[in-house]
Design a protein around this ligand. Sequence first.
Ligand code: SDX
Length: 429
Amino acid sequence: MSETVKATIEGKEIAFPVIVGTENEKAIDIAKLRAETGYITYDDGYKNTAACRSKITFIDGEQGILQYRGYPIEQLAEKSNFLETAYLVIFGELPTKAELAHFRELIAEHTPIHHNMRHHFEGFPASAPPMAILAAMFNAVSCYSSHLLEVDYDRETLLEASAKLLGKTSTIAAYTHKKASGRPFCHSNPTLDYSANFLHMMFSEPYKEYLGHPDVVRALDLILVLHADHEQNCSTSTVRMVGSSRVNLFASVSAGVAALWGPLHGGANLAVIQQLERIHSAGMTIDQVIDKAKDKNSDFRLMGFGHRIYKNFDPRAKILKTACDRVLDALKRKDPLLDIARAIEERALEDSYFVDRKLYPNVDFYSGIVMRAIGIPLDMFTVMFAMGRMPGWIANWQEMRQDPKSVINRPRQVYEGHTKRDYLAMDKR
Ligand code: SDX
């Protein structure tokens, strides 16, 4: 028997059905609220609102739990790799050896971009923000695959579209970097795994092949695994919102890139490093940093701290904190910013301002330090986040498209503007 909750509105008692998820999350289904009472609900920023039902990712923010299709992120981080995780997120099950081999082949086949696409790069100034280029290029890519502009994908079409997006994202990202630095594009090497091939396209030169240290390649692959999906975050919700109008996957992920760009979301990894660099160069003490973060009169926020869902440790931050040591040790390098980050974390976690507000390091707090160690340029950090998040965007778009009850997203509002008034002639204004 399904549960219900009752509300009394203007003397009338209404019973609303309760939806219970497989992890016992409970939601009040208010579908009939407006029809029966004329009322709507208000929830700024959708902090308490489920916009969809999903089977892809589960997060328990209080316990610091993150699972892709039921598999704990800690196990995937330790035992899986990005392409296997991407397949899991998109298709719902871990691939067999043959399925993974086929997926890899398809991605290798679709990694090179159409020769004519190079002209699009020429149209951007050298100073163009990489996220602006990435957002534009996904719509450009779709123009070369008109059959993928349809919106109802069967499994084979979804496989092709996924391979195309995952492959092309790495090429577009690498070419964006090469263009900004004025160096020649480097062709994909299909004999390399995904992350190794991306680093090859980013850093190889005509006169010198880049061969990434295994720990560096592994660290990049780990970053991509950790970013693969994160339920209804701002950019994924944007992909669903845009896709709900029945527009194609490429246009939908292009909108997701735009949402991810913001410093409160995917842009935070870049903002963390910029903040740590400012702290380092200004010689700020940890106490000064903590005091500024707490000062309501300053717009200084501790970037990489806090999360809408995690009110405990972001499990990805814990994993990345360990990865920092591993990759810096492998490269026999020290990074003063890591020492500052660690000291800030230690102080913040003893400070009531952070403890009372349940502000812990999130995925962005350490990911930037790992990417710095790998040699990823600062302005490419958020592009790395987009590369990692691509499987989640694809999976959520497809899940919505396959839902027969899926409707165009169209929230309501509480209107607070002028009530009706008559037009004023010019001489009366
Ligand atoms: C990502 O949604 C996802 O899943 C996102 C993501 C993903 O994988 O897709 O996990 C990736 O976007 C991680 C978050 C990256 N952003 C940052 O690190 C930017 C810094 N963090 C904050 O801006 C903030 O914590 C947010 C945006 C992440 C969350 O903001 P909320 O949930 O809207 O919380 P809030 O702004 O209402 O803050 C609650 C209180 C406020 O203080 P009071 O008004 O109660 O006195 O906490 C304070 C805030 O001022 N606060 C901070 C703070 N974050 C919140 N104070 C100082 N430093 C911070 N970082």
